[in-house]
Design a protein around this ligand. Sequence first.
Ligand code: AOF
Ligand code: ZN
Length: 365
Amino acid sequence: MALAQRCALAASHSAPPNPAVGCVLTSDEGELLGMGSTQRTGGPHAEIMALRDAAARGHSTVGAIAYVTLEPCSHHGRTGPCCDALADAGIARVVASIADPNPLVAGEGFRRLQAAGVEVEVGPGAEFSRELNIGFFSRMLRRTPWVRLKAAASIDGKTALLDGTSQWITSDAARTDGHAWRARAGAILSGVGTIIEDDPLLDVRRVPTDRQPPLVVVDSRLQTPPSARIFTPGRSVWIYAAEADAKRKAALERAGASVTVFANAAGKVDLAALLRDLALREVNEVHVEAGHKLNGSLMREGLVDELLFYFAPKFIGEGLGLASQPMPHGALTSLANALPLEFKSIEVLPPDFRVVARVQGRDRF
Ligand code: AOF
Ligand code: ZN
């Protein structure tokens, strides 16, 4: 299963919106017969790749064991059912980490395998598989993506100088690591303020990938310049506005953007509706890289599931913070009311360090 997990990890940049899955086939004595990973959307699933690999190596899979990090699918989606392919290939036993939360599968893959006489064991590596695909589980079970907010700050929690200067607070290793998190996301989300002030690319450059996540821009009044660097050929830019002036909308559409209007009562973009819309567009994980205002709005509305914070060994003193909107009930008067988080990991990326902190209980779905 450890090898199947490595295969799953290898698929994490290219698999979205599909879950990243790995599959390893062995003989019942444990000889490796074949292995595979989920391919890009519409391509073969991990099980099919592993069966093909075994065939290419000249191995029979009759009586073999399949280790797979997710329940083999039972439906006809963009590809055919993997459970039938495994049974037809003579697999005797399937060891799967966890059931597929896709309602089209949800245990049916296991039932079909058992009905075909295949022995099924479920559980080994469940936690790994769910974490690797937390966005897919979120979209399938909550109908909204998993939202991870990334920020880079000085040790005293400042993300920019008072004049907005923020390049660069953290060093190379941390910035490359940030690109690896972008690469596994279904979309990268930012605000019009960041686009105007920094004219960033917000793409994946520092790690290998064969897929650029679409860029989502929260832009209430369509102020994104059509000349911004985010508009590069082949990349999707999805702009969400609260009102859409016809001329601006047309200009942005000419630049390659799609424009959607979702206004809330305050005349701002309805962020919860935006996220639900991203789930409909098959976005599993949203990687937020925005300024303190949009960060603050997302925090205030309780829409952030996880924080991905990098801290540099620098002291800024007076500067801009991580998130700067008042919380819904104003300043807290009791620490007992602070949003409870749980540190999932703390890692040193010299000279900086990275903290992944999750809103307590938010992953129970
Ligand atoms: C598997 N093995 O490697 C993956 C699975 O549209 P399709 O045919 O590509 O199906 C996508 C669905 O298949 C996806 O929503 C999830 O339920 C399952 N993913 N299943 O057997 C795999 N990636
Ligand atoms: Zn499948």
